[in-house]
Write a protein that binds this ligand. Structure first.
Ligand code: CA
Length: 317
């Protein structure tokens, strides 16, 4: 139909203005990784300046945690500023509300429980990708997260784009992933490793002004999607169709390529200038974050990954 066109095509189309975009998948389990080398190094320098930049396991396995599925919402849903503990005896509105630019993949059916996937098998179990904004309250996160990791500083909201772009559409975007040192163990080594060349950007809308605050590329990611999925099954745990695995914040090595305000403002100490003269350290009520992505198609055209947007509304009283 799409190639032949004609009257039948016209009758099958629906105007964009008449469409309400919904969550594209009922997510079963949600996992979030930490697979960008530049992000992990920056986060280490900012949050743990007296410790080594990378945790001991970082170069040996794709570090991740299980997140909260019930608060995954579709692009366009507003995000209420959370309250929480920011220190001993202090329960208040988060003053350090941040975004995390991420790319997630949605799985097809998983293996039988107890049968780990190789990285090449895992590659064939990835259905498609979405853009993800893993909203993060840095002040809640800093106080609560040791030793068990992210909890209420992350669980209040996660936004995803309304389309799952199937892997079959992204053949033209496959690229060799970065060299890994040390070489991964055999169960994390693919015969044909691949990363994805995805152009990503983040803009912040405040009032009438729109400012692009980050532009980066997903090809820098150290741990690949097949490695993440193989790792997730390496203990015998399976997954189900419709599980969501997010990349972790996507940051590149250069200036302006960081996928979070934590990094872009170096922990809020170096605010960004917005178009129109205002400054941005962390998100204010009314700020809207818009993430977009594109990929190279098979024929040299660009494929849109859609967008994921969300505006901050004041904390509940
Ligand atoms: Ca994250």
């Amino acid at each position: 139909l799409a190639t032949d066109g004609g009257d039948e095509l016209e009758s099958a189309l629906v105007p964009m203005a008449d469409v309400e975009l919904l969550l594209p998948v009922r997510v079963g389990d949600y996992i979030d990784f930490y697979s960008s080398l530049a992000h992990a190094e920056n986060a280490g320098r900012i949050l743990r300046p007296d410790a080594p930049e990378l945790p001991p396991a970082w170069r040996h396995l794709p570090i991740g945690y299980h997140g909260k599925t019930g608060t995954i919402t579709v692009s366009g849903t507003s995000v209420r500023r959370p309250r929480g503990f920011t220190g001993p005896g202090t329960f208040e509105e988060s003053a350090k509300l941040d975004f995390e630019l991420e790319v997630g993949f949605v799985t097809g059916p998983g293996p039988d429980p107890g049968r780990p996937l190789t990285a090449d098998e895992a590659s064939r179990s990835i259905f498609g990708v979405v853009l993800v904004n893993d909203w993060s309250a840095r002040d809640l996160q800093a106080f609560e997260a040791r030793p068990l990791g992210p909890f209420l500083g992350k669980s209040f909201a996660t936004s995803v784009s309304p389309w799952v772009v199937p892997m079959s559409a992204l053949d033209g975007a496959r690229v060799p992933p970065p060299e890994q040192d040390p070489p991964p163990l055999s169960h994390l080594r693919a015969a044909e490793p691949w990363g994805l060349d995805l152009e990503l950007e983040v803009a912040v809308v405040r009032g009438d002004s729109i400012t692009r605050v980050s532009a980066t590329n997903f090809s820098h990611q150290y741990w690949t999607m097949p490695q993440q999925l193989a790792h997730a099954t390496s203990n015998g745990a399976t997954f189900r169709a419709g599980d969501l695995f997010a990349s972790g914040t996507v940051s590149g090595p250069g200036a302006g390529e960081q996928g979070s305000l934590l990094e872009l403002t170096w922990g809020g100490t170096k605010p960004l200038s917005l178009t129109g003269g205002a400054t941005l350290a962390y998100l204010e009520d009314g700020d809207e974050v818009v993430m977009r992505g594109t990929a190279r198609g098979r024929d040299g055209n660009r494929i849109g990954l859609g967008e994921v947007r969300g505006a901050i509304v004041p904390a509940s009283t």
